[in-house]
Design a protein around this ligand. Structure first.
Ligand code: UD1
Ligand code: UDP
Length: 394
């Protein structure tokens, strides 16, 4: 079986590590993976560092699309992906998550009838002003095999008409007029299988302790600290929201050290969307470590040692849960509703007083129970087995 995997943005490169690792460990004789990097993220610390560190094979193709408006970026990717698919003729295209690279892969593949496997299917924010919400809905509805990491994802797909029974089992049916029971774009199959990022976090947790020295380098060994990340366009591109988030970080830094690896989007927009005064406060504060994006192993080490996580990132929200840390979510809603329902994360939006209240809440009531929500750490093997099975019966 041949698969073409599309990666482009930082979290997709990290996710791909889990599948590539499982192929290398169990399936080299049965699965050939062709890796296509769209080039959506291109700085060394947003891309190359993960290949070096996580043992991901060198991409077979790099489309080098770089940064551009949504339309231009997506169109450039579609052109390159279509050409690659026509050359490689894979059995499946594998798409991760909800970025423009995901959308481009979905539209390009669906139009030339390459079956799509969507990993991280079914997640919804119910907020279509997010580019990611458009991307993930489009991708789900073009897919043949959908792997959902959470029960909420399964429920969302059911609500949108995907055939799933009351026990959460995909009631995959024989398509009208079809003589086979093979999943197709018109007759997709949904699986609830756990989260591939959980696979990665479990696999790399102890490796991170051994191989990184970021805790010592930043002098954090005996210092409680908040780990923060901010990159969502709704926060970075809106001066009022960005300023409110930084006001809360400055206030909290008087009580607890703050470590903030800066996404390039945020690094750029701080300069235009924060006042000079606020910029000085942040850059000159001894209690705020503003650092460039870190590697995945360094990020895991920071997450494991942090007292609390503050983030608008999807991946970082989940990882704070994997490592049993309370999380303040800098968004009005989340796709990972379970982590809020269990009381381990609080939606504080970009609202200074809600952020401070959430901090106070977690200081007084540190969470202790983190039920298993994200599977058993072997989602990648499950997905590959289902792809092999579907390929065998088609
Ligand atoms: C993208 C995804 C978002 C995901 C995030 C992960 C879309 C629509 N958004 O957002 O869902 O959560 O990646 O990090 O696909 N830049 C650099 N160097 C890089 C990459 C980007 O400087 O290597 C800067 C450029 O100024 C660029 C900006 O960051 O314009 C935004 O990059 P882009 O990939 O368009 O969106 P992200 O905000 O990274
Ligand atoms: N991450 C990283 N270095 C950083 C910030 C994040 O390795 O400096 C990792 C993080 O651990 C998670 C993933 O990147 O696995 C999340 O990516 P991001 O926040 O960019 O995007 P999102 O998950 O919101 O789409």
């Amino acid at each position: 079986m041949k698969i073409v995997t599309i990666i482009g943005a930082r979290p997709q490169i990290i996710k791909a590590a889990a599948l590539s690792r499982a192929i290398k460990t169990h399936y080299t004789d049965r699965i050939q993976e062709v890796l296509v990097h769209t080039g959506q993220h291109y700085d060394d610390n947003m891309s190359q560092v993960f290949f070096d560190e996580l043992g991901i094979p060198h991409p077979d193709y790099n489309l080098h699309v770089g940064s551009a408006s949504h339309g231009v970026q997506t169109a450039r990717m579609m052109e390159g992906i279509e050409e690659t698919l026509l050359k490689e003729l894979p059995d499946f295209i594998v798409l991760y998550g909800d970025t423009n690279s995901t959308l481009a892969g979905a539209v390009a593949a669906a139009k030339i009838h390459v079956p799509i496997v969507h990993i991280e299917a079914g997640l919804r924010s119910f907020n279509k002003s997010m580019p990611e919400e458009i991307n993930r809905i489009m991708c789900d509805h073009c897919s043949t095999l959908l792997f959902t990491p959470t029960k909420a994802g399964l429920e969302n797909l059911k609500r949108e008409g995907f055939p799933i029974d009351e026990n959460g089992v995909s009631t995959f049916r024989q398509a009208q007029g079809s003589t086979t029971a093979t999943p197709t774009i018109d007759n997709p199959k949904v699986y609830h299988c756990g989260d591939i990022m959980y696979d990665n976090s479990m696999h790399f947790a102890s490796i991170a302790e051994e191989k990184t020295d970021i805790i010592q380098r930043l002098d954090l060994a005996d210092k409680p600290f908040i780990l923060a990340t901010i990159h969502r366009d709704s926060n970075t591109d809106n001066p009022e929201r960005l300023s409110a988030i930084f006001k809360s970080l400055i206030q909290l830094s008087e009580e607890c050290h703050v470590v903030l690896p800066l996404h390039p989007r945020t690094a750029k927009l701080i300069k235009t969307n924060l006042s000079e005064d606020q910029q000085k406060q942040i850059f000159n504060s001894p209690n705020i470590s503003l650092i460039p994006p870190v590697s995945f192993l360094e990020m895991i080490a920071l997450e494991r040692h942090a007292q609390l996580v503050m983030t608008d990132s999807g991946g970082v929200q989940k990882e704070s849960y994997f490592f049993k840390k309370p999380c303040i979510i800098l968004r009005p809603e989340t796709e990972w509703v379970e982590i809020v329902q269990t009381g381990n994360a609080i939606l504080a939006d970009a609202d200074e007083s809600r952020i401070i209240q959430a901090w106070q809440h977690f200081k007084d009531n540190p969470p202790t129970t983190f039920p298993e929500i994200f599977g058993d750490g072997h989602a990648a093997e499950f997905m590959l087995e289902q792809m092999l099975f579907t390929n065998a019966i088609k």
